[in-house]
Design a protein around this ligand. Structure first.
Ligand code: ZN
Length: 159
């Protein structure tokens, strides 16, 4: 299992837990000591992602991780949280029990979680992910987020 942070192949399992129809493991990279979570389905099917142009490609966990990581650049979000998010999305996708999942579904899963986690990261991800036609919706959501100031919500962000 390759480390998502440095790409090293060796990792140590520090926790194993059964979740749903699979096994969740916490791992620590032997090389950079970052911790990450992996989800292993007992009988793994090859999950295909249906892209917007109709092409199929195998679900790529690393690509998902990097997409979220990019949106979270310079935000006060521990990389562990991103790893947990990816593991949660991956588990959710396999729980759907389908061989093919539209990329839209994955995008929505990411946005649902980012919206909870960090407004800025959410907007970044959504602006890349969403089509131009959705920009009005996005703007409305941003406006709503600005109205709901961090002070009202608690101390989630520091500026
Ligand atoms: Zn590493």
């Amino acid at each position: 299992m390759k480390c998502p942070f440095c790409g090293a192949a060796e990792s140590r399992v520090i926790d194993t837990r059964e979740v749903g129809d699979g096994i969740r493991r916490r791992r620590e990279c032997q090389s950079c000591s970052q911790r990450f979570t992996t989800y292993e389905r007992v009988a793994r099917v090859n999950l295909l992602v249906i892209k917007r142009d109709g092409r199929r490609e195998p679900f790529d966990r690393e690509k998902l991780f990097r997409g979220i990581l990019t949106a979270c650049t310079k935000r006060p979000i521990p990389s562990e949280r991103i790893e947990e998010m990816v593991a949660g999305i991956e588990a959710g996708l396999y729980r759907l029990g389908k061989a093919e999942v539209p990329s839209r579904v994955i995008g929505e899963m990411v946005m649902d979680r980012l919206r909870e986690l960090d407004g800025v990261a959410y907007v970044r991800f959504a602006s890349v992910y969403r089509s131009f036609a959705d920009l009005q919706t996005l703007k409305r959501e941003v406006d709503e987020m600005i109205e709901a100031t961090p002070q009202e919500k608690g101390s989630r962000t520091t500026r």
